[in-house]
Design a protein around this ligand. Structure first.
Ligand SMILES: Nc1ncnc2c1ncn2[C@@H]1O[C@H](COP(=O)(O)OP(=O)(O)O)[C@@H](O)[C@H]1O
Ligand SMILES: [Mg+2]
Length: 263
């Protein structure tokens, strides 16, 4: 029986590396022998597309076997889990219909806890070491559901001036959600798309290191074309290009995340 930990990858800034990080950290944890359930909470379906091609993803989206129907219609999440080609890693796919989820949540009783309740049984079953939740780039009722369902939040931040701009908002939002979900805490901030050649990267990295309001992971993920190549192959870079810089870094980040969780 495993002690299942739920980690949300969230940041209201789009393009900060949430889906790339959730898919690669998930795959790296699975490669190290852990059982992982990746849950795609974004209508853009990027986490789903990290593990299968567009045709398969759209077939699942249209079939009703996806997270949208779990949240809107109360389908059991266990019924929409699909295996991925990566051993030890399963997926709850998303659907483009997730674009309407805020509206669907609005009329529900205890609407902040729909995802938490949907995950209760699978969490208690001890089937997984980790459940990873990929959040969309918003801060509404749905992301509140994601934070409420989590034990920890990892905030991927792109090392750029605009990347850091929204961080305080995100941290405030989590702090507010903690009022109704006191179990959740910020596990750490992960710097993504790092590029040492850029002056602003050095400045933002230094700025993030200097603050001590929130923990910062030591491992940074550098900009690496292997990430995009891997996404084009519908396979995380830690699986299809193990020797690339980003693959090694994501493997390191997964270790760091696991260490922090177990601390
Ligand atoms: N380390 C990286 N190197 C190169 N490109 C990256 C890297 N991380 C993410 N990307 C690219 O940046 C874009 C945004 O990443 P994504 O993970 O989708 O962010 P989010 O989920 O926060 O919106 C994607 O096109 C992705 O391919
Ligand atoms: Mg995303």
């Amino acid at each position: 029986m495993r002690n299942t930990r739920v980690i949300a990858f969230a940041n209201n800034k789009g393009g900060s590396g949430k889906s790339t990080s959730a898919s690669n950290v998930g795959a790296a944890l699975a490669q190290s022998g852990m059982r992982v359930l990746a849950v795609d909470g974004d209508m853009q379906m990027n986490l789903t597309l990290a593990f299968m091609d567009e045709e398969q993803a759209l077939t699942l989206a249209q079939s009703g076997n996806n997270l949208y129907h779990v949240i809107r219609d109360g389908r059991a999440i266990e019924d929409v889990i699909v295996p991925t080609p990566i051993e030890g890693l399963d997926l709850v796919p998303s659907s483009t219909l997730m674009s309407g989820i805020e509206f669907d949540l609005f009329t529900k009783w205890q609407r902040e806890f729909i995802l938490k309740k949907a995950l209760e049984k699978i969490k208690a079953s001890g089937e997984y070491d980790y459940i990873l939740l990929d959040a969309p780039p918003t801060l509404g009722g749905w992301v509140m559901n994601i934070i409420c369902a989590a034990d920890f939040v990892v905030i991927p931040v792109e090392a750029s001036p605009w990347g850091v701009f929204g961080l305080a908002n995100m941290v405030d939002f989590i702090e507010q959600v903690r009022g109704i979900a006191p179990q959740v805490s910020i596990l750490g901030i992960a710097i993504t798309k790092a590029d040492e050649r850029k002056k602003y990267f050095k400045e933002t990295a230094a700025e993030l290191r200097a603050q001590n309001a929130f923990p910062l992971f030591e491992t940074m993920i550098h900009t690496d074309s292997a990430v995009e190549w891997a996404q084009d192959q519908s396979t995380p870079v830690v699986v299809c290009k193990k020797s690339s810089r980003s693959a090694k870094e994501y493997t390191e980040l997964a270790k760091e995340i696991h260490d922090h969780v177990c601390r």
